[in-house]
Design a protein around this ligand. Structure first.
Ligand code: RB5
Length: 146
């Protein structure tokens, strides 16, 4: 499985640690940047990863900025994307099981690296449950058509 990863200047160190962790877990990683700690816009990297997920260039996306909020808002503007900001593993797991989130976001200024790894593992280990959750996800995606 291939994971697209992206971040702004606030999350370069955490991005590198999470990319290495993903490889340790056996995932292929596509890094969409940034690798610079010079101030930039999370919108650019959120959009890049979201477009890669939407185009199926990667299977899932992981986005990191200072809070996880800005970069997830940008990703959610791309058709087909369901980006979830998570600060602990339970929400991350449920965002896959119930919401079929295809992008995970978190904040390098909000959580530490060990929590970030737990979130990533919980998210990737979980599977969408379908059923009544599919109906609700379909309703969310129908909003894009109106
Ligand atoms: C950058 O300073 C910061 O605003 C950004 O990383 C993020 O937290 C925005 O949501």
């Amino acid at each position: 499985m291939k994971i697209g990863i992206g971040n702004d200047h606030a999350a370069v160190v955490m991005k590198n640690e999470i990319a290495a962790y993903l490889e340790e877990l056996g995932y292929e990683v596509a890094d969409y940047g940034t690798d610079s700690e010079t101030s930039c816009s999370y919108a650019e990297y959120g959009e890049k990863v979201a477009r890669a997920v939407a185009a199926k260039d990667v299977d899932l996306g992981i986005l990191i900025c200072g809070t996880g909020v800005g970069i997830s808002l940008a990703a959610n503007k791309v058709k087909g994307i369901r980006a979830a900001v998570c600060s602990e593993p339970c929400t991350a797991r449920l965002s896959r099981q119930h919401n079929n989130a295809n992008v995970l976001a978190f904040g390098a200024r909000i959580i530490g690296i060990e929590t970030a790894k737990e979130i990533v593992k919980a998210w990737l280990d979980a599977e969408f449950e379908g059923g009544r959750h599919q109906t609700r996800v379909d309703m969310i995606m129908a909003i894009e058509e109106r």
